[in-house]
Design a protein around this ligand. Structure first.
Ligand code: IMP
Ligand code: MG
Length: 180
């Protein structure tokens, strides 16, 4: 079987690019429909969401303004993971609808923080488009309106996501190889 080695770990193909792109086209159609009269500011979360955001924007028929922010989550002790804005938003979100674009929801802590941060800045509505969700790991209630794939609680790379900096350019989604 085709495998890829990143640092000390081996990954195997999990979801091919064609399936991901087909799902993104469906999400894009729903977004175009839902926001026909009142386009949102699309806010992509760096680094991981850059590939998803690019394909999603290009699958949409309408034009949307896009902005980027970078968020870091520190979970030194698992119970008190703090989240920090590393690259602040320059766009004014006050009075605007925001569509947050995220690669993958694990605990949900990052998006939970970002949602209240955007509301504090005066956003009138915050919706989330998440390409992958790990339902067994999610610990926070989130407004995920556009949801690509539910996946098991395993570590994945590719399609923008990394393992210690590598793997973001892999097409498709790859999952950690389980040793026999
Ligand atoms: P959360 O705050 O626990 O939901 O973590 C979300 C962030 O952790 C995502 O934006 C990813 O950057 C990263 N992440 C979560 N699961 C994975 C994974 O399986 N592979 C790579 N990155 C992941
Ligand atoms: Mg991310």
């Amino acid at each position: 079987m085709q495998e890829v080695q990143l640092h000390d770990l081996t990954f195997v193909p999990y979801i091919p690019e064609e399936r991901i792109l087909a799902t993104i086209r469906e999400l894009a159609a729903a977004i175009d429909r839902d926001y026909a009269d009142d386009p949102p500011l699309v806010l992509a979360i760096l680094n991981g969401a850059f590939v998803f955001a690019a394909d999603l924007m290009r699958s949409c028929a309408q034009e949307y303004e896009i902005a980027f922010t970078r968020v870091a989550s520190y979970s030194g002790t698992a119970s008190t993971g703090a989240v920090e804005i590393v690259v602040p938003l320059r766009e004014n979100v006050s009075g605007r609808r925001i569509l947050v674009v995220e690669d993958i929801v694990d605990s949900g802590r990052t998006l939970h923080f970002l949602e209240s941060y955007l509301h504090d800045l005066g956003a009138t509505q915050v919706d989330i488009a998440a390409l992958f969700v790990k339902p067994d790991a999610v610990q926070f209630e989130l407004p995920i309106t556009y949801r690509g794939f539910d996946i098991p609680n395993d570590f994945v790379v590719g399609y923008g996501m990394d393992y210690n900096g590598l793997g973001r350019g892999l097409t498709g989604l790859w999952t950690l190889k389980k040793e026999a």
